[in-house]
Design a protein around this ligand. Structure first.
Ligand SMILES: *[C@@H]1O[C@H](CO)[C@@H](O)[C@H](O)[C@H]1NC(C)=O
Ligand SMILES: *[C@@H]1O[C@H](CO)[C@@H](O)[C@H](O)[C@H]1NC(C)=O
Ligand SMILES: *[C@@H]1O[C@H](CO)[C@@H](O)[C@H](O)[C@H]1NC(C)=O
Length: 387
């Protein structure tokens, strides 16, 4: 619809221009100034930046109008601008502070103020860029953060390349709700150097940008800082599922079940990967439920084994980390037959044999005892006769 309207308007303009020698409407006379004092301000939140401005001069002609501002901004090397239309005099968003920021803004008079089409001012522009300190290789490598069971955040890193021996790194973090950036309170260390951070309990830190800066210092050179932004629900590593069970429903169907991992993650947020091994064949499949039924490929299979791992699903996060694999649980076919064949029968024979031998021994022992007793009796009787 919008395109159709636009087309018709263009057509009219063209018609008017061609037939009447282009008499432009009074709209061209309406002009508006760009916003004043446009600036990009870093409040020290490690990437959460404020863009602010003041209303343009001589707005008096449009007192009944709500003036709008169209703001465009991006990191230096990104291809597209983010565009916002607002009536406020500031706007805040997260940026990658490893790079510079550029932004531009103009005043916008909506159609209802001008009896015609929208009127824009020229652009006001601003940039924000702190040239990075130190060589690029001095910054930390491979920051790895995992949010265990949606409860405990842990980050670790490796030191930069060829950094002086006395180099040490510090981690700072911020998210909406904290008054200021906070330094890690519990570092993990290796040879006296910080290599990771164990975060304290965080108060509602998920579903919002989480900002991290790892900077460092050394006596002999400058160390480059690195900035990171992520959302905690996207780096959750759940616990593995527990109490796996396999039960035969009939000779063809087998029912698989396991317990939802313990902890604060709701049941509906899980996604499972299953490895099922039927004798020598392996299948891999996924499900959102913590139970399922499968058909056996053959009702003669001897052993079916199950392994499950869990991850947070797309209804609760954009991404996640697989848990460790659960303990393996197996079902063995025709177990009683095997027990009878391989265990009960030999055991029966052995028991019988042992019993026979015992009886035999007992019998023998008894006869020996009896002979001894008999001879003693004889001795006594002889002594008696002597007295
Ligand atoms: C818009 O049109 C109305 C009536 O046609 C007029 O009273 C008003 O002054 C016009 N406003 C502008 C900004 O031209
Ligand atoms: C590291 O960053 C924090 C937070 O921005 C800052 O307060 C601190 O001075 C920085 N340290 C170094 C050595 O640059
Ligand atoms: C095993 O499967 C075969 C073929 O599908 C079927 O004929 C047979 O009855 C099944 N055996 C049992 C014990 O269910």
């Amino acid at each position: 619809m919008a395109f159709v309207h636009l087309d018709i308007r263009c057509l009219y303009t063209v018609l008017i221009c061609t037939s009447f020698g282009c008499v432009l409407s009074s709209n061209t006379e309406i002009k508006v100034n760009p916003p004043l004092d446009f600036e990009i301000v870093d409040p020290g939140y490690l990437g959460y930046i404020s863009m602010q401005w003041k209303p343009p001069l001589s707005l008096d002609n449009f007192k009944e109008c709500t003036v709008e501002y169209e703001l465009k901004y991006r990191n230096f090397d990104s291809e597209s601008w983010k565009t916002i239309i607002t009536t406020n005099l500031y706007y805040k968003d997260g940026f990658d502070l490893n790079k510079g920021i550029e932004a531009k803004i103009h005043t916008l008079l909506p159609e209802q103020c001008t009896n015609g089409s929208e009127v824009y001012s020229s652009w006001s522009e601003a940039t924000y860029w702190t040239p990075p300190q130190g060589r690029g290789e001095t910054k930390i490598q491979d920051l790895d953060c995992e949010y265990y069971n949606w409860q405990y955040l842990l980050c670790s890193w490796k030191p930069g390349v060829d950094v002086p021996f006395d180099t040490n790194y510090n981690l700072f973090y911020w998210y909406e709700g904290l008054d200021q950036a906070i330094e890690c309170a519990e570092y993990m260390t290796s040879n006296g150097k910080n290599t990771g951070c164990r975060f304290p309990h965080l108060k509602s830190p998920d579903y919002k940008d989480f900002y991290i800066c790892v900077n460092g210092s050394s006596q002999s050179m400058l160390i480059r800082s690195s900035y990171f932004i992520f959302q905690l629900q996207n780096i959750v590593k759940p616990l593995p599922p527990e109490y796996l069970s396999l039960t035969m429903k009939d000779s063809n169907e087998i029912s698989l079940k396991w317990n939802v991992p313990r902890g604060p993650i709701p049941e509906r947020c899980f996604f499972y990967e299953i490895i099922l091994t039927e004798d020598y064949t392996t299948w891999v499949f996924t499900t959102m439920e913590n139970e399922m039924c499968i058909k056996r490929t053959s009702n003669k299979s001897h052993q079916i084994c199950l392994l499950v791992r869990s991850k947070v699903n797309i209804y609760c996060s954009d991404d996640g980390i697989w848990s460790e694999w659960s303990e393996e649980e197996c079902w063995k076919g025709d177990t009683w037959k095997e027990i009878v064949i391989y265990f009960m029968i030999p055991f029966g024979f052995i028991s019988l044999f042992v019993l026979l031998v015992t009886l035999l021994l007992l019998y023998k022992q008894r006869s020996v005892l009896e002979t001894i007793f008999d001879s003693r009796k004889e001795v006594f009787t002889r002594q008696e006769t002597l007295c």
